[in-house]
Design a protein around this ligand. Sequence first.
Ligand code: 13P
Ligand code: SF4
Length: 362
Amino acid sequence: MSTQALLKQLYDTPEEDILKNIQQLKSELGEQVLILGHHYQREEVFAFADISGDSLKLSQQAADADAPNIIFCGVHFMAETADILTDDNQSVFLPDLAAGCSMADMANDAQVSKCWQELSSIINPDTCVTPVTYINSTAALKAFCGEHGGIVCTSSNAQKVLEWSWNNREKILFFPDQHLGENTALAMGIAEKDMIIWDPFQPLGGNTPEAIEHATLILWKGFCSVHQLFKAEHAATMRENHPDIQILAHPECAREVCETADFIGSTEAIIKHVQAAEKDSKFAIATELNLVNRLRIQYPDKPIWFLSPMVCMCSTMFRTDPQHLYATLLAIRDGKKDNQIIVPKHQKRWAKLSLERMLNLV
Ligand code: 13P
Ligand code: SF4
């Protein structure tokens, strides 16, 4: 039966049966399968994760995993990262191949190579620019960084990575998320005048040669479509209504939102912050809805609000549903390689180097 036909059949099956079947098949497969789940996964899927975490923790867990099959309940770049960091005899599966990341799509290999070439007309990037890619990027860009003396970062270690990068070369080209780069640099005391934005659709990224010569941080004009929905006005309204509230923001939020926040951190850091807080602490959180709803349920004694009045949900994370998870488990049981993520060998070597440079720092 084709995957499409199987999924159709699964959608006609009551969901409670699918959940029972997942549980049973997962137990049967035992140590043959490890399920990694990102904090943004919907509850029905998240419940089956052997290990949950943010991008950094999940990449470390993938690197340490022994299981021959890893199912990544997350998005495409996360499964690619796991494939890069695991051995050749391990297979990584993404339950729905359409689970991408709109931010990762905002910088591709051709655009970054063109940027590097354009920079070469003004400075020598190979000696004075460290390329830094946020882990939310394709394997090709991680490979680009590996090959050009660069490194990967996540939202948990961006500051350490920027320090390492400036210790090596005087400038950084940071892609694809402008906000993570900008918020991290501002927190490190880097002046606004030393940063420029690189718009890949403009000659020289929309900058003058003098601005490029002067800048120490070149920020790619990319963003997360979910986190851009949080606004500074939402924080102001929240503070007006609840003067003792703490605002927690993911660093993918815009600068104006992060500037109003009491705490900025990765998904894992936000969870730990809420966990450690005293009873009756009030929070408004600016990150994906599934995570915020889970925290509300886990900590009923700590009132939690979602910062935006709009629904900010990562629709691609949401694509992984119990039906896709079950179809993947069935494929593994039957020795099929449906939905396996394989990073080409030539990219793997360099991408691994840029990831290992990061993992050695944390
Ligand atoms: P974390 O590394 O904080 O889990 O973030 C991943 C992500 O995609 C946030 O949008
Ligand atoms: Fe990508 Fe944003 Fe979804 Fe994170 S929340 S996976 S950055 S689209």
